[in-house]
Design a protein around this ligand. Sequence first.
Ligand code: FAD
Length: 476
Amino acid sequence: MQMPSPDASILANKAAIVARLQQVLPLDAVITDPIEARVYECDALSAYACTPLAVVLPASTAQVAAVLAACHEMGVPVVPRGAGTSLAGGALPTADSVVLGVARLNAVLETDYDNRFIRVQSGRTNLSVTGAVESNGFFYAPDPSSQLACAIAGNIAMNSGGAHCLKYGVTTNNLLGVTLVTMAGEVVEIGGAHLDAGGYDLLGLVCGSEGQLGVVTEATLRILAKPEGARPVLIGYDSNAVAGACVADIIKAGILPVAIEFMDRPVIRAAENFTHAGYPDVEALLIIEVEGSDAEIDEQLATIKAIARRHNPVELRESGSAAEAANIWKGRKAAFGAMGQINDYMCLDGTIPVSRLPETLHRITEISAEFGLDVGNVFHAGDGNMHPLILYDANKPGDLARCEAMGAEILKLCVEVGGCLTGEHGVGVEKRELMVTQFTPDDLEIQLQIKDVFDPGWLLNPAKVFPLHATKGRRA
Ligand SMILES: Cc1cc2nc3c(=O)[nH]c(=O)nc-3n(C[C@H](O)[C@H](O)[C@H](O)COP(=O)(O)OP(=O)(O)OC[C@H]3O[C@@H](n4cnc5c(N)ncnc54)[C@H](O)[C@@H]3O)c2cc1C
């Protein structure tokens, strides 16, 4: 993975740039010591790292606007950052950039239960949004596995999803409005506390724009009344392809569980060793959860179990209590962390049509053998969002390059079978060069022109999303 060379004139001008930032922010909101700034050198795609020129931690929309206006005037690139949990390198800095972290923007600004929305500053963590409303019987639906740490800012930028998005949709389906600051420091309100707004769907454009168009400082989010109840069932199979076929049949039957999660043997074993959730040692495990009243749950689970039985499961376990349900979920929620304990890995995020799941899993196994690197699969099977985890050794020369090449093959496969490069993690630097497999040069040009409108100087979040060759002239 390549990043552009830093602008030598910006590096040479660091003292003046920092002095300017210190004019618009309190002293403790500007980090200039390279040792302290190293905390911000990477996100969760830790294979790539670079210490930024400086880090700023504004605490209000006005401060964000002042920072951006100053950087705009000085021609300094800015990398917006939420909690730094991106798996695509979305928050990776360049040496000549200022990282703008929104961690201090974490207040709840308004809750309205009658109209079912909450307005928060964008640095608030995902889980604490639900935390702010759950005592009143509400919740915020998008639930990335990183929800304890990740910020609403990053969720909006990456259009993040999670296990329960099969039923409730991803961030864009639960976002009503944002306050956005452009690179020039202009504050713009988009959407509001209501469904849809007049004119072009600018909110849809901003959600998933990966910090390319502006910095989100506030968000109005839809909150939902908690369902009466929920119950998961755990189903084990002795083949990935059979588990994939079971998922395809459930979706075809027209049932809409809240979640259908898939883990294969390497991930099941790692999760079991890490959490002792009581998972069986099988080739593939499905966790399927449905919601509603007891009667609704019983009816939906009866159909799901009947479909599952047609595929001869090795194990079929319905949770009988809240504790058992929590146990079934415990291993899945900790799966990424569990894999990280045993190996370096790169987590992919391709999406495919659900009906192509069995053959795609089979082909991934073949690709893994061709490249000589093991792969574990854990993903949101209901909506076809695959997360192959490629295991490699970061200390072994050549292993990362092999892992990158293998990841590219798998993502190209996802596009080939009718899917796309990213379901929820975003493009970042990881899939940047692969955009040409999904988009024609004309498609890409239109996307570049949209960026031109919001950020004509190409200073926001440089060298992300678009192939480097396609943006070179613009970035210059
Ligand atoms: C263990 C683990 C599990 C995960 N599980 C899931 C999952 O289930 N589903 C899922 O979708 N993702 C998942 N992720 C990926 C990640 O958590 C999400 O992409 C998340 O939304 C990133 O949020 P963040 O606050 O950490 O953003 P960051 O990593 O800080 O940034 C992500 C992107 O957002 C941009 N950005 C940040 N703040 C702003 C802002 N204020 N304005 C504009 N742009 C901004 C950044 O420039 C960057 O491009 C997981 C990650 C980990 C480590």
